[in-house]
Design a protein around this ligand. Structure first.
Ligand code: AMP
Length: 226
């Protein structure tokens, strides 16, 4: 396939991060997760981090102008010329429009928006039990992926914490933001003919296999058109 420009779409806790990392390994493409980029900026105390922190702590979306700038400069980077994987961007229609403008400017097109579908009760279970390593952000789950020693990261030994935005009242806010601001992107990408749905209510390896399968189909379709 000439280039592979992918968006991972889905509610918080749908497994976009897990699938994004698997795809990054398979495809050897840069992976840009706005949540990770913004959390790093907050930790480093940069200008962007300062602008983003209060929104993130409340479970609200960071203003479009902040995230659009963050992603725009990465998409333009030569590292991303064979393709890229976006996780958590776009999250609003104006962000999607800005991405489309940016791609048009570069003479490129998005390949697919992969929607990972998971029922709401499963999402609440996943987010409520998530524990994140304070140092590097390694992720565990009290029920599905417990660390060897409770409260301690297996990878670097640092304490595991509940991310501020994984607290119950904030989870509810994030889901509400998804329903009102991000869910309209399903129609947006459907209208552009690039929406691909996968069932995310399965084991991570099975979800990854589905995604590989759909990318293989897209590749075959492209070859037939050539
Ligand atoms: P995530 O790790 O993807 O769940 O993102 C964590 C938080 O970062 C979100 O709740 C938002 O506050 C912020 N964030 C991440 N991506 C975006 C985006 N594309 N637009 C606005 N806010 C975002």
């Amino acid at each position: 396939m000439s280039e592979l420009n992918l968006i991972l779409l889905g509610p918080p806790g749908s497994g976009k991060g897990t699938q994004g990392e698997a795809l990054q390994e398979d495809l050897r493409l840069p992976y840009y997760a706005t949540g990770d980029i913004l959390r790093a900026a907050v930790k480093d105390g940069t200008q962007i981090g300062k602008q983003a922190k209060e929104y993130m702590d409340r479970g609200e979306l960071v203003p479009d102008e902040v995230t659009i700038g963050v992603i725009g400069e990465r998409v333009e980077n030569p590292d991303a010329s064979d393709g890229f994987i976006l996780d958590g961007f776009p999250r609003t229609v104006p962000q999607a429009e800005a991405l489309e403008d940016e791609m048009n400017k570069l003479g490129r097109k998005m390949t697919a928006a992969i929607l990972i579908e998971v029922p709401q009760d499963e999402i609440i279970r996943r987010l409520g039990g998530r524990r994140t390593c304070e140092q590097e952000g390694h992720v565990f789950h009290v029920e599905f992926d417990p660390p060897n020693q409770e409260g301690v990261c297996d990878v670097d030994g640092s304490p595991l914490i509940v991310r501020d935005d994984d607290k119950p009242e904030v989870i509810e806010k994030r889901l509400e933001q998804y329903r009102t601001k991000t869910a309209p992107l399903v129609d947006y990408y459907e209208d552009r003919g690039i929406l691909q749905k996968v069932n995310g209510d399965e084991a991570p390896d099975d979800v990854a296999d589905h995604i590989r399968g759909l990318l293989a189909t897209l590749r075959r379709e492209e070859e037939m058109e050539m």
